[in-house]
Design a protein around this ligand. Structure first.
Ligand code: GUN
Length: 291
């Protein structure tokens, strides 16, 4: 069993990006600029945005955080998005999800200009991805593809089960794994909460990618001997022994599953850092497209 070390892989990517920024600024250019919009005070979202800002600092990007309270109106948020779309000093921006219930998430995503949508969530970018055209690919699936690529994990002809069908992880992940390419060329099944014989489906997977949002959902009896297991899940559960009062738990029962795997991600510090590195890659791409 080998642990997929997303932390060091993402560090490598950050170093590569930082070098490119050094070259840009040495040639007299300005650094890429990412804006994160954060609505409310959800602990996990605050944490994600803080880490994204830190990543920007590490690679010498400019970054700005725009904060709103929970009760900001949808109209005000959409107004801000229009402003960010029009601002030439900004290469890309994200609105951290989820947004409060009174705001229509789809309206938010549709309002973001495709050329600045470094999350790759808007229909034009999702459509381009489906067609294999140049685009911004959603950061989590893209980070997982990069991890498979950097570890030279064979995917061609393999049975890949993606557990979860969200717009931002499961669905694009399945698309990327099935299309022509390396990684890619896999035979993909999308499994979800309504799938029958889930155990049987999962235990047929050479590559199992789990993004279902249920702690320790994947148990050892659902995993084929020698499988590659990628755990996207991160759920905060209360833990009084921690200073923070919580710990993150994945969707895979790591301790009991790990010995069956050829490769497995750790619950924390693997897919998360790769996701953040992908966001930096997309932002650099957005910057380069604007030159
Ligand atoms: N919430 C959880 N993951 C993400 C992400 O990748 N981007 C945004 N904008 N919000 C998220």
């Amino acid at each position: 069993m080998k642990i997929l070390d997303g932390k060091s892989c993402s560090e490598q990517i950050r170093q590569e990006i930082k070098q490119q920024v050094t070259d840009i600024t040495a040639a007299g250019g300005r650094p890429p600029h990412l804006v994160a919009v954060l609505v409310g005070h959800d602990g996990a979202s605050e944490n994600y945005v803080a880490m994204k800002v830190k990543d920007c600092e590490q690679v010498d990007f400019d970054s700005t955080t725009v904060r709103y309270e929970d009760d900001v109106s949808e109209a005000k948020l959409l107004e801000k998005i229009a402003e960010l779309n029009a601002d030439d000093s900004i290469d890309g921006f994200i609105v951290q999800l989820p947004v409060p219930k009174h705001i229509d998430e789809n309206k938010v995503i549709l309002a973001i200009d495709a050329s600045k949508d470094v999350d790759g969530f808007c229909p034009e970018n999702v459509g381009n991805m489906m067609l294999g055209l140049p685009t911004f690919i959603s950061a989590t699936p893209n980070g997982i593809m990069e991890l498979l690529r950097r570890y030279n994990i064979e995917t061609e002809g393999k049975n890949c089960v993606v557990l979860g069908r969200s717009n931002i992880v499961g669905t694009p992940m399945a698309m990327l794994m099935s299309r022509k390419g390396n990684p890619g060329n896999a035979t993909v099944t999308i499994a979800h909460s309504r799938t029958r014989n889930l155990k049987e489906v999962c235990s047929n997977a050479d590559i199992l990618i789990v993004a279902i949002g249920k702690t320790k959902f994947v148990t050892a009896d659902m995993v084929k001997q020698g499988a590659v297991v990628i755990d996207v899940g991160q759920t905060r559960v209360p833990d009084d022994s921690r200073k923070s009062g919580f710990r993150n738990v994945g969707d895979v029962d790591f301790e009991n599953v790990k010995d069956k795997c050829s490769f497995i991600t750790t619950t924390t510090g693997c897919v998360g850092p790769m996701t953040r590195a992908s966001l930096l890659q997309n932002t650099l791409k957005a910057y380069q497209r604007r030159q």
